[in-house]
Design a protein around this ligand. Structure first.
Ligand SMILES: NC(=O)c1ccc[n+]([C@@H]2O[C@H](COP(=O)([O-])OP(=O)(O)OC[C@H]3O[C@@H](n4cnc5c(N)ncnc54)[C@H](O)[C@@H]3O)[C@@H](O)[C@H]2O)c1
Ligand SMILES: O=C(O)CC[C@@H](O)C(=O)O
Length: 323
């Protein structure tokens, strides 16, 4: 009997291959190359991706044998879950595998922006010794505004509270005592924007969140405020952010994610008051090992037709693929 084909379309930890076990045929392709992906997915029973591959309706339609799409990570904005459900394809992700790494990255970028670390390091390596040019801002006593108090937002709150920050948050969907337990004041978005010294967004990219922080929102911020985005490009509108940074209406931004990745010719990358990284929030050995292992275990279960704990949709059941 032919083994089910698992197509790995992004760079996954070797732990993923180990966790898939023996009874599958593993193939690799470059999921960022559309033609290659569309050809390779035709024979695949399972498709494994990170954020670099778009598993959209066209890919799902081309994958006529597909039973399951595994996303090694949190965000599902690169997977058309509705199209998958209609096609009977299960979608699984790893909702907790990289949250500590993403929270730590948020703290790192926020501190880097507050203390001008990349700019100062660059200047030093170019032979300068500009101590007063790079005077920074303390976090202690400052207000941190967290937009989206889910798993990552809450971890960021705990970590930055330890720096003596006052934490406020906007999340209309958070209920219960968790914010109180963490010492966080819940408030409206406008209030958060006017009070925060640092604003960090931790939202999924959805039609509701794209452009949530636009020109109007940025106009409410303090001129000394910093904006941090380790969630998804576009939640903070890039054109509006560029204008606000150029005009000095806010102090700076720290960005791990972009509307288009890679962000070819983005004016944001030319600005001195922008600290930027190439979508590295989940890029630690620990997070990648967890994400790879967890997604592979879920995919292996799905291929057997067994219930999958991290399933994000419920297409019609199928009987499993025997090896
Ligand atoms: N940079 C990276 O490498 C990296 C790594 C992991 C996750 N992420 C991104 O971070 C996002 C958040 O991850 P998470 O694990 O915290 O998700 P989560 O689902 O635990 O939390 C998201 C929170 O956003 C809130 N929310 C949704 N819509 C909102 C709105 N319109 N206004 C205010 N709040 C809203 C939800 O109520 C929820 O509490 C992911 O969707 C992913 O896109 C990025
Ligand atoms: O694939 C990645 O490394 C990024 C993942 C991250 O953005 C996520 O949403 O989990």
């Amino acid at each position: 009997m032919k083994h089910p084909v698992v197509l790995i379309a992004d760079q996954l930890s070797p732990a993923a291959v180990d966790a898939l076990g023996e009874g599958v045929e593993i193939r690799h392709c470059d999921g960022t190359d559309r033609a290659v992906l569309l050809a390779a997915v035709r024979d695949a029973d399972a498709l494994l991706v990170r954020s670099g591959t778009r598993a959209d309706a066209e890919v799902i339609a081309a994958g006529t044998r597909l039973k399951v799409i595994g996303r090694a990570g949190v965000g599902l904005d690169n997977v058309d879950v509705d199209a998958a459900t209609r096609a009977g394809v299960l979608v699984v992700n790893t909702p907790t595998a990289n949250i500590v790494s993403a929270a730590e990255m948020t703290c790192a970028l926020l501190l880097a922006a507050a203390r001008n670390l990349p700019q100062a390091g660059r200047s030093l390596k170019q032979g300068s010794w500009e101590r007063s040019r790079f005077t920074g801002t303390e976090l202690s006593g400052k207000v941190l505004g967290i937009v989206g108090l889910g798993r990552i937002g809450a971890l960021v709150a705990e970590r930055l509270a330890a720096f003596g920050m006052e934490v406020i948050s906007y999340d209309p969907y958070v209920a219960g005592g968790r914010p109180t337990e963490l010492g966080i004041e819940m408030t409206g978005l406008d209030d958060l924007l006017t009070r925060a010294d640092f604003v960090t967004v931790h939202l999924p990219r959805t039609p509701e969140t794209v452009g949530l922080i636009g020109a109007e929102a940025l106009a409410k911020a303090k001129p000394t405020a910093y904006f941090v985005n380790v969630a998804r490009g576009g939640i903070i509108d890039e054109a509006a952010l560029t204008d606000a940074l150029r005009a000095g209406r806010i102090a700076g931004a720290a960005l791990d994610v972009f509307e288009n990745e890679p962000p070819a010719d983005s004016p944001l990358l030319t600005l001195d008051n922008v600290v930027a990284t190439p979508h590295l929030g989940a890029s630690t050995h620990e997070a990648q090992e967890k994400a790879g292992t967890q997604v592979a275990e879920s995919v292996a279960l799905a291929l057997k037709g067994a219930p999958v704990p991290d399933a994000v949709n419920a297409p019609r059941p199928f009987a499993g693929v025997s090896s």
